[in-house]
Design a binder for this molecule. Structure first.
Ligand code: SF4
Length: 185
């Protein structure tokens, strides 16, 4: 989001300066807008800050399932749930934020009902989440294992080849808008 905001600010300034005058005014670039998922901010397993390797609070997508579960099992939840019989507050719980990204609406409703009535403990809730992670990750792990480094390099090269002509076109627009006609080709 910070990088996107920087891009938006750059577009605004550029458009303000180089979009022409009066009837000819036409924004050169469109401001990029964020496209956020229902879980735009997932905190680290400590529940304090965003995931960061240096803080040791990450769960990595390609962690082995046992490692993944060990980390998830120990992850921070609602601190008010001291005992199993204490009702929880999914709305402030990082695990529920992950459910919003990984679980169906029905499961999310089930989590809310079972958390707020203390029918589930946090480990029950995390097990359901883990199973839903696994449904997504099993095929991804297989796909990853099947890829060779040569294929990955090839894909990166293909991506760069697609991006290059787009960047050239964009720079033409930039130079034309700035009146650097002779450099606009
Ligand atoms: S039951 Fe789930 S949503 Fe509720 S506090 Fe525990 S981990 Fe969070």
């Amino acid at each position: 989001m910070q990088r996107l905001e920087l891009a938006r600010e750059t577009v605004r300034r550029f458009n303000h300066r180089f979009s022409g005058e009066g009837k000819n005014k036409r924004p050169v670039f469109v401001e990029p807008k964020p496209r956020l998922s229902p879980s735009p901010r997932i905190m680290g397993t400590d529940g304090l800050t965003k995931m960061s390797k240096s803080k040791g609070n990450t769960i990595e997508v390609f962690d082995e399932p046992k490692v993944f579960w060990d980390k998830l099992k120990r992850a921070y939840t609602d601190p008010q749930r001291q005992k199993l019989s204490d009702p929880g507050r999914p709305e402030i719980c990082n695990i529920f934020t992950m459910h919003k990204a990984m679980s169906s609406k029905e499961t999310q409703d089930e989590v809310v009902a079972n958390c707020t009535s203390a029918k589930w403990g946090c480990v029950d809730c995390k097990k359901v989440l883990f199973d839903n992670f696994e449904k997504e990750l099993i095929p991804l792990r297989a796909k990853r294992a099947a890829l060779s480094m040569d294929e990955v390099r090839q894909m990166l090269g293909d991506g760069a080849s697609k991006a290059r002509p787009l960047a050239v076109e964009t720079m033409k627009e930039v130079r034309a808008a700035m009146g650097l006609g002779s450099l606009a080709t």
